[in-house]
Structures are given as C-alpha cells and as structure tokens.
Design a protein. Structure first.
Lengths: 566, 566
C-alpha cells in the first residue's frame, strides 16, 4: 500500500462513508456488477471442482500471522478474494459435484442474503428484530403443521403466542439435535417439590434424585455423529448412546430395538437406567433411508421415552404429499429436526427444531434483566444460541417463490436422477449398488464384473451349504475379496479427487449384504436440478475408466484368493 | 395468483433457470437495483426506529398457518418483503438507535455476504470448503496472536496445521462460551488409565471417579446469561454458577473471589468441589466495564482452575494498542471469546473462541466415517456445530479494508461519543450517570435535579452518621425514593419506545452506589460512527422532555417521602 492511499483511508470521514448505504445505488451496483462477473466466471468453468491447488500451497497463501495494520481499498480486497479464495473454492453448485448434501442454490437466495445483512436484525430480542420475529414464528408454525398437523385453531392460537414456542430456528442440524435432546433431558428429570430439576441442580444430582445410574439415548448405527456429540455435551457421555443395528435396507432393526428396550427395563437397583430418548432417522446421512418411524414411535411410547426424529435431511420431503407414506409416524415424535440448507436449497446454514408440545421449550426457558426479560416476548428465552441472524427469511421466501408444487418437481427430478444413476451403474456391469434410494442418495462401489459375479456366487453357495468347513472357507474368501475391493475403492476415490472433473463422496458401512464386514462405498447425493442423465453417464464413465485402470494393480491379489492362496 | 402464472412457474425448466447464475448479470442487477432502493428508502427515513405498527397487528399479518402451495414470482415476493418486513424492521443502523450492541455496518459487508452465499461452502469439511478453511484458520491465528502473542515461529508452525486448532469460528458468543466451558470440563475430568474421561463416560461418572460432589463456575454478577446456560447444558446445573459481587466500577471484587476460592478449597469429603472455571469479563454486556483480568488470572492459577475470558464485547479492542493496558492479563486466559458482529462491525452473527493451548480442542475431537474421517484435515472435528457457513470471510476482509488503524479511529470516535454523552447528561442536571465508560457503554438514569441532590445529601449524611435509628430512616428514604425513580425510568423507557425517534435500552443492576438496592438504568451503546454530538444532544433533550413530563405523576409520592409519610 502506498503512502497516498493510506492518507485517504485512515481518516474517519472516509470510514463513516462506508457505513452509509450509498445515496445513489451506483457505487454499490458497480461493485455488484464486478462481483457477479467474478462469480459467474467461477460457476461456468467446467471441471476443476476442487481447483488443482494443493493443500500445502494453500497453507502457504494463507500464512500471514498478524492482522493487517493499514487500511486497503475495497476493490483491492475484492480482487484478492477473487484470486485467492473464489478461484480455490469448491464448486458445490456444479452439476458434476454429487458427493455431499450441498448443491446449487437458486440465485434469489443471494438477494435474500443482501436483505438479511442490510437489515441486520438480531433475533434474540424484539427490540432488535420486530417483523422478523413474526416471520420466524410463522415459518416454524408451517413446519409444525406439516409434521404434526394439529387443528387450524391450534395454530391460530399458538403461531404468534409469545408465551410458547413451537420450535427454534438454529444455526444447523447439530444445534437442533442438541436442543431436542436437551429438552428430552429436562423432561426426564424435571423440577418437582423438593428437587429443583436437572437444569438447576445438574445431571449428577438429577440421576441421584430420580434413582438412576445413567441415562441412555438409542439410535441406529446410521445415526448422525451429532447424537453422540449431544450426549457428551449434555453430560450423559458418548458411551451412553446405544447403537441399534440396521437391516439390509439401512433402517433400524425393530427386533433389536425391542430387545434392547426390554433389557434396559430389566436393569434395576444400582444399574437402573433411564431411556432418555429414542431417536429415529428420516433420511440417514449416509444412505438417505428412513427408519420405521411409526413402529419406533410406538416402542418409545411403551418404554415411556422421549421420541426425537432427526429429519435434518428428509424432513422437507413432507412438503410433497407423495412422500408422506414413507415418513408415516413422524407425527408421533416429540421433536423433529430439519435443515433448510439441505432439501430446501437454502445457502449455509440454517436448522429448525420443532416440538409437538408447544410448552416443551419452556423447560429450557431463560431470562436475564438486560436482554430477555421475564414476561418479554423475546425469542432468545427459548434458544441455546444467543445472537441469531434473520436466516428464516430464506426458507420463508423460498417456500413462497418455489411453493410446495415447485419443491414437488425438484424432488421428483432428484429421485429420477437417483434411480437413473442406479440403472446406469447396474447396466455398466462393473458396479454394485448397495441401497434403494428413498431420498435421493445412492451408495455403490466399483467391482469389476467377474469379481462381483464371483462374490454373488459365493454368497449363494453359502446360503445352501451345510458343511461348516466349507462355509468358513467361503467366508474367508468373501472377506479377502472385499478387503481388496475396499482398497480399490479408496484408491478410486482418491484418483477421482485428482482427476477433479466429477465428485462423489466415500464412506464405510458396517451393515450391508456382507455384514459384519466393513464395506467402503461411494456415495452420490442427487439433488442438484442441473444434474441430468447425460452428466450421470459421464460421471459413471469416468469412474469406470479410472476404476478399470486401477484394478490392474489388484488383479494378482484377487487371483491368489481364487487359487486358494493367502 | 392467477392461472397463467401458475402454468409458467410450476415447471421444471423454469425452476432450473433459478439455479443458474444468470448468464448476463442484467437480471440480477435489475433485482439488485430495486432491492437497494428499497433498503435505501428504509435507512434514510428518520424516526420510526421500531415502526409504529403494534405487535398484535404484526401477529395478524404473519398468521398464515400453512405453507403456500403455488409458486410465486420473485418480484411479488420481494415486494411482499418490502411492505411487510422491511417496513417493520428495527432500524438498528440508525444513529439515533444507541440501545444495543448492534450498529450500522459498512456496506461492503453486503458484498461479502453475496460472495459467501454464492460460494455456499460448508466449513465442516475440506471437501466442501477448500480455500475458505484456510482463510478461517488464518483469521483465528490473527486473534490468537492479538491475545496470546506467541512467537512468529509458533504461528508459522500452527496457523495451518490440521492436527491442532487455535480456535473455532462459531455462530455467536454463546456457542463460543459453551465451547470454552466444554473444554474446561474435559480438562477437569480427562481420560486416564482406568477411566475413559467425561466425554465418553458422562458427567456423573466423572465426578465419582475424580472424587468430587460437584463442579462450579465462578463469574461476576455482571456475567452474561450464557454462562448459566452453558452450566446447565454441560450438566453442572445452573446453581453451580457462583456469582461473585462487583465493586462500584462493575468489576469483579477480588477480595470476594479470593474468599470464595478459599471457602471452596476447604470443602472436603462429601462436599469436595471442583472449580471447573473462573470466568473473567472483558466488557460486561450491561456496562462495558472490564474485570481485573490479570489478578483473576493469578487467582485462577493458584486455585488450579481453568481460566476463560468472555471478551465477546471487548476483545476486538486488542486491535488498538491504546486499549491494551485495560485488557492486561487477558493473555493469562486458557480461552477467550470474541464476537465479530459487535466491535468488528460485521452483520449478524459470528463468534470466535480462541485457545491458548493449540492442543486443547483435541479434547473434544470427534470423527465419523462419512464426514470427518480420522486423520482428515476437516475443521468439523473440533466444533460443537456441524454445518457452518464461511462467515469468517467478513472479519477477514474487514480487517484488511479497515485495518487496525481504521478500527483505532472507529473506537476513538465511539469512546468520544460515550464521554460526550456522559457530559451532556451531567450538564443537563436531571440525569445521574452510573459508570465510567471503558468500552463505549454508558449507564445512567433520569432523576430530576432536586431529587438527585436529595439522594446525594442523604448518602453523604449516612456516611458521617453514627446514630443507628437515623441511618435506618435515611436508608428507608433512599430506598423509597429509588423505588419511585425506578418506576419513573421504566415509564420513561416505555414512553421513549412510543415516541420512537430515539432508542436506548434498559436494565436493572443490583450493584451501584445504592447497593444492595436494585436500580433501573438506561443503557447507551455508542458504537455507531454515524452518531455525533448533535444527535446525542437531541436524544438527551427528548429524554429530558418526556422524563420531566412523567415526573409530575410521581411528585406527590416523592413529597410524601420527604414529609416522612409512608
């Protein structure tokens, strides 16, 4: 920076002008124009999804260890952002990027973000957020109704009733799940005559007072890691999240749940255990499959447990009547989490958590003199977070612009893409698809056709064999080949990251048709409406080509297994 | 909505186009223009800070209880937003709004929000946030250095070292404080041979294993309510936040802290108590005053306790060397929270929490197969939140555009305004100012001059009196008059809300020159650089005029006290 511009910038009059919405929008539009061109260039480039720069190179770029002293012109900083940041961002909106729950977003979202920033309301308090408090409550009521479908008069009574809260807008699904499990904890150990409740007295005293040795949370092995995080945070401890295995369709195994609940009930005396919550999943992060919500709800009720449904991924599907049957039973939940930055196509990040009982959030109600006074109408009384932006404008406006009808078309296109990818993979021969997509997620792996057929034959043989030694040998072979295929898929995923023209993600699942073996799988999330069949073909061709090439390095190991070697 | 536009909108091709950054920016700019004019109209209006619409009227406007079915044109929804939301938002950027920690923001923040939304990176994982992960780490290192000032080689080594984290970017100060106290909990009850640690085993088992009956957090009576929230959330219980009284300057009373720590140390056997954390405050929410951070740090160290500094408000003052002396000792902290949406002038909302020991966040490290794999470089391993936006771009760019030198000028102007308001109030006669602003916050109340002088006389008399009965009578008078003045100030605050041309906030403090009486005070936060002396004069004149008018309704009650009545 030269001396001249320093003089211009380090001056209060110049700084004050930055704080004024320009009198004519010209200046703003000038920057806006430049910005849009920048962004547009970035989006229209094909390939280079993650940009080819290496992580060590990026480390080098961002290694200034002290805050800049001197001011800098806006246009210089914007051009720095263009060259250093935008150029090396991940093109999550690219139709060839089908690896995570992030997709292209409608461009009007950017306009909405401009409004949110310009108004700069703080949702914690009515003195800093007037109309926006009401918008947020309206949005929460919409989702409450989609899930719990109470009467019109119920909503008329509660939608803007400041004494209760139908739910919270949060920064993301993790905070939503933590809020729900916090409410579950308060419901399990409430205040009563002679005891101040877990909120006031703490978790250890609550266990003692109510005569339990511990409290547990039950969720399937597909549960999101935020459930364990919540359990640690709330004082239960990570080990008190009990994982219930899933069936071949990645849904919680009801028999195992029933058995576990029975076993827990039998624990008495020093081992007496409180089932704090049973958590159902509406759209697992890894496979998009949906737990049997209805039956889980019944079992939770029988066990006298709180019932939370983590619908961060799939909850928005309730907007479309065709999806109601697979989500049946969600209305039995005490609380439901839904993310706006997933199937509502909002930018990062916004979560929702909705409670069946409008009085439940009163269990965690806090007040303070200076900000959320008793008897105030401030929303901050009910939330874990303090200061919060007016994020609810995004889904609120988007539901108006796109409408349920529009979301129906978007989900239909997403599901068509998921099924279409499955078909392309199955037809191609060298892939094994591993789930039936319910909510736009497909998991699969690369397995050269002869290997896939061999695995299939062995599995069939196992089913009819009675000879134990032979079964053991088959199991050994199946295991060894799967280990080879796992290594192949890890290598393939890394090579695809290098190639960088397409992107799917990768995970490891313990429960597939090969359980108890751990299987490395590729994972595609098909929600970008700009992704079409031709693009999917291209993605599969790329994977097939690279996978086939890599297989050569694994063939001899495979042949050894076939030959009965070690 | 008419049939025709329904046909146009409920169509996948139309929807797909919404997801494409327009080829030419024309369309975007057209909307942008409209938007800017909307926002500009809103900002340039004087008065009507909260808009005159009543809360019941707003309830009525936002009482649609079901999600819209049909799509709607963007321009229609934008005009709905203009009429229903923007018109009834709080003008937090207005220079006459000096009531909360929210102010005008520089307009370039809106450009930055556009970039953040368009890139839509998810900071949880490097696969969804490439350059932005490095920007975030760089920003965190800047603040680490401002606070802890380790060597250049320390920062070179750790700034982009994925095995550690110097801190987290969070959604707000509450999450920052919760993160810090969570780390304090893990440090107090770590895993060791024979015990899995509080994270895994839970809080109750941790107390048992380490032989404590409870764990407590110490903070002054000025502590933010998020500390109690964190204590409940983490399982300690709200009652285990022990409040240490403050001195006349609203700073933690060190004698009381020392005494409390000693008393806690004496508890043994069944009452043995772990001091989980001592929390110092760098800028209390109510008065902006700063605890004696250095001495608190020493006492915390002696007690073997974790030391957290809640610098959500004042931490950014470290950017300016002149403020270093009053923040002395902050470098003794184990962790420090700072909000970007406060003194960094970023829009809602972003917090930071920085840890002295770069390995501390490893205590809460989580991994999962599909998202934040072991040995990955993903930032989600270290955070309470899951999905997170690229908010760090805002302070990162703002520190470049404004620079330390620019922030120095902004803070200088803020402090000048705070002192100027104090002087105007003192000169006016009918006000009593109740703190010395250290960080741009002034508390005061309206007290007609004769009443103020009478209170003053009584206080002086009390000091020299030896006659107990007389002291009791004086105390009774002081109390009664203060009750009258409290009622007057509540009424004044409500009348100011009605008048709605200016805004200050209101709180109740237990510890002022009248302690143990609770005093209702008005609170001004002077950080808007567009607020100047003439505006402050106008604000005081308004308060004086309305206050004087209201006093008539209280005069007879006051005279009764003077006459010795009840």
């Amino acid at each position: 920076m030269n001396k001249e511009s320093k003089v211009v910038l380090a001056n209060l009059e110049y700084l004050r002008k930055l704080f004024i919405m320009p009198d004519s929008p010209d200046k703003f539009v000038e920057f806006g124009h430049e910005l849009l061109e920048m962004l547009h260039d970035f989006f229209k480039e094909k390939g280079g999804i993650h940009s080819s720069i290496s992580l060590p190179e990026l480390s080098h770029i961002f290694s200034t260890t002290a805050v800049p002293d001197e001011p800098n012109l806006i246009k210089n900083v914007l051009s720095e952002i263009k060259g250093k940041i935008i150029a090396h961002s991940v093109k999550v909106g690219n139709p060839y990027y089908i690896g995570h729950m992030t997709s292209a977003i409608p461009y009007f979202m950017i306009l909405l973000e401009m409004i949110i920033a310009a108004l700069n309301q703080n949702q914690v308090k009515i003195e800093t957020a007037k109309a926006s408090s009401f918008v947020e409550r309206e949005l929460v009521a919409w989702f409450h109704r989609l899930i719990f479908d109470r009467s019109e008069s119920y909503y008329q009574k509660n939608i803007q009733n400041p004494r209760v809260a139908l739910g919270n807008v949060t920064s993301d699904g993790t905070i939503s799940n933590i809020t729900a499990l916090l409410v579950a904890r308060e419901r399990a150990f409430p205040p009563e005559r002679g005891f101040g409740g877990v909120w006031e007295k703490g978790f250890s005293e609550a266990l003692k007072y109510y005569g339990y040795s511990r409290a547990v949370i039950l969720v399937s092995t597909r549960g999101h890691y935020s459930i364990k995080k919540a359990s640690s945070l709330l004082g239960l401890g990570e080990e008190n999240v009990l994982s219930i295995p899933v069936d071949d369709c990645h849904r919680m195994d009801l028999t195992r749940l029933r058995r576990k609940l029975k076993a827990l009930k039998r624990l008495t005396g020093k081992e007496r255990t409180k089932v704090l919550a049973v958590v159902g999943i509406a759209g697992t992060t890894e496979t998009g499959n949906i737990d049997p919500l209805d039956q889980i709800g019944e079992l939770a009720e029988e066990a006298g447990s709180y019932y939370h449904v983590d619908a961060c991924w799939g909850g928005s599907a309730l907007l479309v009547d065709e999806y109601r049957p697979i989500l049946k039973g969600i209305e039995k939940a005490d609380s439901v989490s839904i993310d706006a930055h997933k199937l509502l196509y909002c930018p990062m990040s916004m979560g929702l958590v909705v409670f069946k009982n409008e009085k439940d959030l009163n269990l965690i109600k806090q007040t303070s003199q200076y900000i959320i006074r008793r008897n105030s109408v401030d929303m901050g009384r009910f939330t874990i977070e303090g200061s919060r932006p007016f994020s609810s404008l995004k889904p609120w406006a988007s539901l108006k612009i796109i409408g349920r009808e529009g979301y129906r078309l978007l989900f239909k296109s997403a599901q068509a893409n998921a099924l279409s990818l499955k078909k392309i993979l199955d037809d191609r021969g060298n892939f094994e698809s591993l789930n039936s997509p319910e909510l736009f997620i497909l998991i699969y792996r690369f397995v050269p056709q002869p290997v896939r057929e061999q695995l299939h034959t062995w599995q069939e043989e196992k089913r009819i064999l009675r000879n134990k030694a032979k079964i053991t040998r088959l199991d050994r072979n199946i295991k060894k080949v799967n280990q080879i295929v796992n290594a192949l898929n890890i290598k393939l995923h890394k090579a695809l990251r290098q190639d960088d023209t397409t992107f799917v993600s990768r995970t490891t699942l313990e429960s597939t048709r090969y359980h108890p073996l751990n299987i490395v799988v590729l994972r595609a999330v098909l929600i970008n409406p700009l992704t079409d069949e031709a693009i999917l073909q291209e993605i599969v061709e790329t994977q097939n080509r690279i996978g086939t090439g890599l297989w050569r390095g694994f063939e001899s190991a495979y042949k050894k297994v076939l030959a009965g070697g070690t």
